[in-house]
Design a protein around this ligand. Structure first.
Ligand code: GLT
Ligand code: MN
Ligand code: MN
Length: 392
């Protein structure tokens, strides 16, 4: 049974809205307080996602299979989970691995100083890839939450980067060997749970990917909250990833500046940034999953968790509609036209040639006149606010 959602903003499969088992299944424990919600079985979470109208569910290996499960238990759990996804019409677009929860990873996983930990991390990731492949996932996320330090005394940072590269190269070969066809999506975060995490931003990862053996197989999974924690403009990082053909997945949530990782409901803290993000994704035609990596307030029960999940999707769809309105607004379009470059002049400054550079070198510019050209960005921004607040 689908939950009541009003027509225009009702989620549909083509919107590709997904949630992790760990998001709607989050029980509200934090460093200062214990669980406030009872545990849900993976099958119950899948049923809840179906009820709210989501399309997909993502999981860590240990969201489904306990870390010390026997092979027989593992097989049964994966089989039953696949069956409950099928029954509820939910797909598994992405899988990932927990390389941060167990104490064995207290010094990192792929970058840990102990080679046994590094080997175990690789083994655990290969097992997680097996689970993901069995469930039909085509994207595999790697979030190195423990790949960092409290003190830089513990290892040289460039050594950590080399270890990380070796690990990702190894996993790409495993992906090829098993013919899984995964796209690996690397997720950055500046800090928490470590004091400093090595790959602090999406930009760091974009630089790193180019140094891999199979760069075509590896992209990024930017998360709103993580880039906001670093004080960055999230949409700009997403745009760079997109432009590089590396936007393999995205983690949508929200985050107030200067706080711990809050994982708030999408669009609940910075509505305007969320608007530019949705507008960007829709304008460029991003067709990957819209994954909400967020969780409900600790004050909620599971009815409130449904309100939370419904809210994430509803806000996305409202902002999508606002973006369309923005694109169709005559005044906005006329301002954009007026401030854009005359395409006739592009020949001179496009690609370098001896001829066009000679012509550019000899051209005279009227700086004063150019500097007088109106750039009505105040008006443009206010029109954006009018659309966002619904007065236009
Ligand atoms: C964890 C983290 C997220 C990552 C998940 C994938 S787990 O909840 O906070 O940002 O995307 O490992
Ligand atoms: Mn995330
Ligand atoms: Mn997060």
């Amino acid at each position: 049974m689908k939950r009541k959602a009003d027509g225009q903003y009702a989620p549909k499969p083509e919107h590709k809205f997904s949630f992790g088992l760990w998001t709607v299944g989050n029980r509200g424990r934090d460093p200062f307080g214990d669980f406030v919600r009872p545990p849900l079985k993976p099958a119950e979470i899948v049923a809840m996602l179906s009820e709210v109208g989501a399309w997909g569910v993502n999981l860590h290996d240990n969201d489904l299979v306990p870390i010390d499960a026997t092979p027989a238990e593992r097989d049964r759990l994966v089989r039953e989970f696949a069956a409950s996804c099928k029954k509820n019409g939910i797909v598994v677009p992405m899988a990932t691995v927990s390389l941060f929860f167990d104490p064995v990873f207290r010094d990192g996983a792929f970058t840990a100083n102990d080679p046994e930990v590094r080997a175990y991390a690789l083994q655990k990731t290969m097992h997680a890839m097996d689970i993901g492949a069995e469930l039909g996932a085509k994207i595999f996320v790697l979030w190195g939450g423990r790949e960092g330090v409290e003190t830089d005394a513990c290892r040289r940072a460039d050594v950590a980067i080399k270890r990380l590269r070796d690990a990702v190269n190894y996993l790409c070969e495993y992906n090829l060997d098993r013919r899984y066809g995964f796209k690996l999506a690397l997720e950055a975060k500046p800090n928490e749970p470590r004091a400093d995490i090595y790959m602090a931003t999406t930009g760091h990862y974009l630089g790193f990917i180019a140094t891999l053996d199979h760069p075509e197989m590896v992209g990024v999974n930017p998360e709103v909250a993580h880039e906001h924690m670093a004080g960055l403009n999230f949409m700009h990082g997403v745009a760079q990833a997109w432009e590089a053909g590396k936007l393999f997945h995205i983690d949508l949530n929200d985050q107030m500046p200067g706080r711990y990782d809050q994982d708030l409901r999408f669009g609940s803290a910075n509505l305007k940034s969320a608007f530019w993000l949705v507008k960007f994704l829709e304008d460029v035609g991003y067709d990957g999953p819209r994954h909400f990596d967020a969780h409900a307030y600790r004050t909620e029960d599971y009815e409130g968790v449904k309100d939370f999940a419904t809210g994430c999707m509803r806000t996305y769809l409202i902002l999508k509609e606002k973006a369309q309105r923005w694109n169709e607004d005559a005044e906005i379009q006329s301002i954009l036209e007026a401030v854009s470059t005359d395409p006739d002049q592009d020949g001179e400054i496009g690609r370098f040639s001896k001829k066009n550079s000679a012509s550019l070198l000899s051209r005279t510019f009227d700086r004063e006149q150019i500097a007088q050209k109106r750039l009505p960005y105040e008006r443009l921004d206010q029109l954006t606010i009018d659309i966002l607040t619904g007065v236009k």
